[in-house]
Design a protein around this ligand. Sequence first.
Ligand code: SAM
Length: 268
Amino acid sequence: PVDDKWHEWKASIDTTRPSIARAYDVVLNGKDNFEVDRAFVAEIVKVVPEIYDVATYNREILGRGVRFMAGQGITQFIDLGSGLPTVENTHHVAQRANPESRVVYVDNDPMVLAHGRALLAEDDRTAVLTTDLRDPSAILADPAVRKLIDFDRPVGVMLVGILHHLHDDEDPRGIIERYMAAVPSGSYLFVTHFCDSSQDARDAEKKFLALLGTGRFRTPEEITAFFDGFELLDPGVVPLPLWRPDGPTPKDLTVGQRLMYGGLARKP
Ligand code: SAM
């Protein structure tokens, strides 16, 4: 349905500056992007030619993480900074493990709204909130979230590929704490994050900042600190391909394979 809210969001799609969601769509070989997004990615390719592979590693760990949580009995997920729906999205993986699984997607990019509507039309166990994840109280109080998520049962809280878009003064750790305070013991926190792991990574971070207006790549120690107070599961915070790989553990990682780190922790 087309309503006033939709027109409002459509008008807010800015095609003169790259958007995070659309640039990510470029590296996932999607079609929901504009020239300005492709130009941004072309700049990143100059410093990290493997950036398309990095997006794939991130999608792969997302699938492994959701499968792991589902294997622990998790049937409810809040996926913050979820991006444009793509293949093997959280609800696909979760619902394959348990058809009753419920997923709330949160993203502030207006492009996500259009796709969110299509998703909602086909699936009453999935909700899409077009809103800013930096406002946990509003999201946690949202009627759509309250309807789908039972906060007396464990929840998988996902911040996958998003926290490096939050600067320190936006208090990413405080945001994590507020979401995790709302969910019971046995819930999970799942994070992947661009890592300050090489000079190429630092060059990419500079381009993120200059062209996208956001970018704070963190050290493995800083990323690990996001999990303080939770039980970080093996193998800890590691380069994405090393986190519980489906196949053999890769050796001698490339710059691209070390560009993002991830980890999963359980709330005690
Ligand atoms: N989580 C997905 C994945 O890892 O495959 C998508 C990651 S994508 C790189 C990051 C997403 O976060 C984008 O879609 C962007 O629009 C969204 N985002 C960035 N800042 C946000 C904010 N403050 N609130 C909600 N979403 C945000």
